[in-house]
Write a new protein. Structure first.
Length: 346
């Protein structure tokens, strides 16, 4: 069969006339979830960005690892977690080890503690939703910690086969002194993806050295002049599909001269009826090496717009202080625009 539709009215016993009618096996429902949420047959997804606290992982103190509320897609099933799940990370016998916080789907008729795959899983301090002393029930998805290699400390590869499927949420380093560090977010949201915007500069540069704007009109390029302190501005509205992790950086193009560009990127954001920079921040001035090949794009002073809100009006200001000795590019630099990256809904 190449075409199939579900759900349809249940017809029992199975009748060849009603080939699409229920009941449906698990794999049919898993395929429905893939179509609806993942968009293709790739099942290496994780949490849902729209639901509760997205299975966020924190380390409040010592060796405690907490997984917040949320839901996640794992190996054809959805885990729904409506309370914080607390773990105590295992202390290694070596200086440090990298562990992973994972979703684990058990697709077998036996409980799963990791030994069937030759890995070590650690389970929460409260095992209400687990089986036996520490194991995942038959045909169930649960949270666990996948220990790193006991000899090298390196992270252990995820098990992903027809019996067991793991999805990584976070990873962290645990020391022999039970100190957690390097907590890294590796969530791949089911209903979200990284998005990119390009923001054109508004009009022309302003020379802070000459205290007057340079009006270029409908020009394809704005040049940040050498041996002057100049700025350029761009504005945009935060998209309505914005979730988190918005960053901005300025795009320059080198012509002939190599060296470092001394620059800063500042931002302010507000809604209509608010002061234009009620939410604001800056990367801070620094000298950054510009692309070494002529006419190559070169991105500079990436900064986080962490506190922006949906539909904010954002003003970006890129400043090149070519008077400063740290600016060693001996030429005017074309300013192309601003690159904006963020996590947004699919």
């Amino acid at each position: 069969m190449t075409q199939f539709s579900l759900p349809q009215q249940n017809e029992e016993p199975p009748n060849p006339t009603f080939v699409d009618s229920g009941p449906y096996p698990r794999d049919d429902w898993a395929q429905k979830l893939i179509i609806e949420w993942v968009g293709d047959a790739v099942t290496t997804r994780g949490p849902f960005a729209k639901y509760l606290n997205r299975l966020n992982v924190t380390n409040p103190a010592g060796a405690t690892i907490n997984v917040d509320t949320g839901a996640g897609y794992c190996g054809g099933s959805i885990l729904d977690n409506n309370a914080v799940v607390a773990f105590t990370a295992n202390t290694p016998g070596i200086p440090s080890r990298t562990d992973k916080v994972v979703l684990v789907e058990n697709n077998t008729n036996a409980v799963y503690d990791g030994t069937a795959s030759g890995v070590i899983l650690d389970f929460p301090t409260v095992l209400t939703d687990y089986k036996g002393a520490a194991s995942i029930p038959e045909h169930a998805c649960r949270l666990a910690i996948l220990r790193g290699d006991a000899a090298t400390g390196n992270p252990t590869a995820l098990i992903q086969n027809s019996s067991y499927w793991m999805i990584e949420l976070f990873r962290f380093t645990i020391s022999s002194g039970a100190v957690v560090s390097n907590l890294i977010d590796n969530r791949d949201y089911v209903d979200a993806e990284n998005k990119v915007l390009f923001v054109m500069p508004a009009g022309g540069e302003e020379s802070l050295t000459d205290l007057l704007p340079t009006i270029l009109g409908l020009t394809a390029v704005i040049k940040l002049e050498d041996v002057k302190d100049t700025t350029v501005v761009g504005r945009f509205i935060v998209p309505s599909d914005y979730i988190a992790d918005m960053t901005a950086e300025g795009i320059l193009m080198r012509r002939t001269s190599a060296g470092n560009v001394y620059c800063d990127l500042r931002w302010g954001a507000a809604k209509c009826g608010q002061l234009y920079n009620v939410r604001n921040g800056a990367a801070g001035f620094a000298a950054e090496s510009i692309a070494s090949t002529a006419n190559y794009y070169s991105c500079h002073r990436q900064t986080s717009l962490a506190t922006v809100l949906k539909n904010d009006i954002v003003e970006l200001t890129f400043e090149r202080d070519a008077i400063n000795a740290a600016d060693t590019v001996s030429e005017d630099l074309p300013f192309v625009g601003f690159q904006i990256e963020y996590l947004g809904y699919r």
